[in-house]
Ligand binder design. Structure first.
Ligand SMILES: Cc1cc2nc3c(=O)[nH]c(=O)nc-3n(C[C@H](O)[C@H](O)[C@H](O)COP(=O)(O)OP(=O)(O)OC[C@H]3O[C@@H](n4cnc5c(N)ncnc54)[C@H](O)[C@@H]3O)c2cc1C
Length: 283
């Protein structure tokens, strides 16, 4: 059964790129940049992964032609990581060739912990070859992040720090929100000290305020990092951050394969379920 897109409209911009363009323009007009995500994950067929690479390339070209202030975010399982690591790497590099040519940027989202090592391995190779045109995401809840963050920061990688969105076992990830926040703060400090331009991805006021206060006391200027949030969440907070002189970027997902993303948003915050129920029952 196909669920109606109206359900996901709060969290997903549209089902097509053409319908997403005006939304990106509106966000850009309020001084906020975008990272665009074509939704989908865990592709099992080479033909689908090949098509995905072509769509991503068209996206990079169209973003460039339309003059949008937007980069793209991708998932390696969309580029064939479940099929073959070398094949997936080839697809990513193919995309990065174009990103380099257009002076654009591709962010590799981080998926469930089964993929962390492969994602970091592929990222490191990509970073060596394409430098500032590629970045990665690191999840504060993973135990292994203690080791990954200093290592990647030392390389000078462009890192988006988030809490982590997948259900992971206790052996792999912190479970308690206070512990996750503590870890997030510690990693944010490392990134702010050691990397050129960390991306702080959270809707959590405690973490936002921590970063604001820490950068103020340490004299780290507001243009040395950015805050990132997801489409449809905390728009007023984002606008206020921009008014206060901070850089901000919204992660804008679009596409027909929105269900897994939509489900993660519902699972992580009960208020999100209420928003959806309201949409369902609104005449
Ligand atoms: C730009 C971006 C990119 C991401 N990329 C990835 C990725 O590649 N891989 C991955 O695993 N995860 C990713 N995530 C998801 C992330 O890991 C978390 O699952 C998600 O952001 C929820 O954690 P949180 O810190 O934002 O707030 P939560 O832990 O959901 O909430 C903490 C507190 O923040 C406040 N809050 C949160 N939301 C709201 C709201 N809408 N309105 C008012 N207050 C609110 C409340 O006080 C709440 O108690 C990304 C998140 C962002 C923002």
């Amino acid at each position: 059964m196909k669920l109606p897109f109206a359900l996901a409209r709060r969290f997903v911009a549209a089902e097509t790129f053409e319908e997403t363009i005006p939304k990106i323009k509106t966000i850009n007009e309020s001084g906020i940049k975008v990272t665009l995500d074509l939704l989908g994950e865990n592709v099992k067929e080479k033909t689908t992964a090949d098509d995905t690479v072509q769509i991503y390339k068209q996206l990079l070209n169209k973003i460039h032609e339309a003059g949008l202030k937007s980069t793209i975010s991708i998932k390696l399982t969309m580029l064939g990581m479940d099929i073959d690591q070398e094949y997936c790497k080839k697809n990513l590099f193919d995309l990065l060739e174009l990103a380099e040519k257009l002076n654009s940027f591709v962010r590799i989202d981080m998926e469930a912990s089964d993929y962390t090592q492969q994602t970091i391995d592929i990222f490191k190779e990509a970073f060596e070859k394409y430098g500032k045109h590629v970045g990665i995401v690191i999840q504060a809840y993973l135990h292994r992040t203690k080791k990954d963050i200093p290592e990647l920061a030392e390389l000078g990688a462009d890192i988006r720090l988030c809490k982590g969105a997948y259900k992971e076992p206790e052996s792999v990830a912190l479970q308690d929100m206070e512990d996750i926040r503590k870890a997030f703060k510690q990693y944010a400090k490392i990134l702010l000290e050691k990397t050129d331009y960390p991306r702080i991805a959270t809707h959590d006021d405690e973490l936002i305020n921590f970063v604001k206060n820490y950068t103020k006391t340490e004299n780290i200027s507001k243009d040395r990092f950015e805050f990132q949030m997801l489409y449809g969440l905390r728009e007023e907070t984002m606008e206020q951050l921009v008014k206060d002189g901070y850089n901000a970027r919204i992660y804008v997902p679009y596409g027909t394969m929105w269900f897994p993303y939509f489900k993660r948003r519902l699972m992580e915050r009960k208020e999100n379920i209420f928003f959806v129920l309201k949409t369902m029952f609104k005449k």
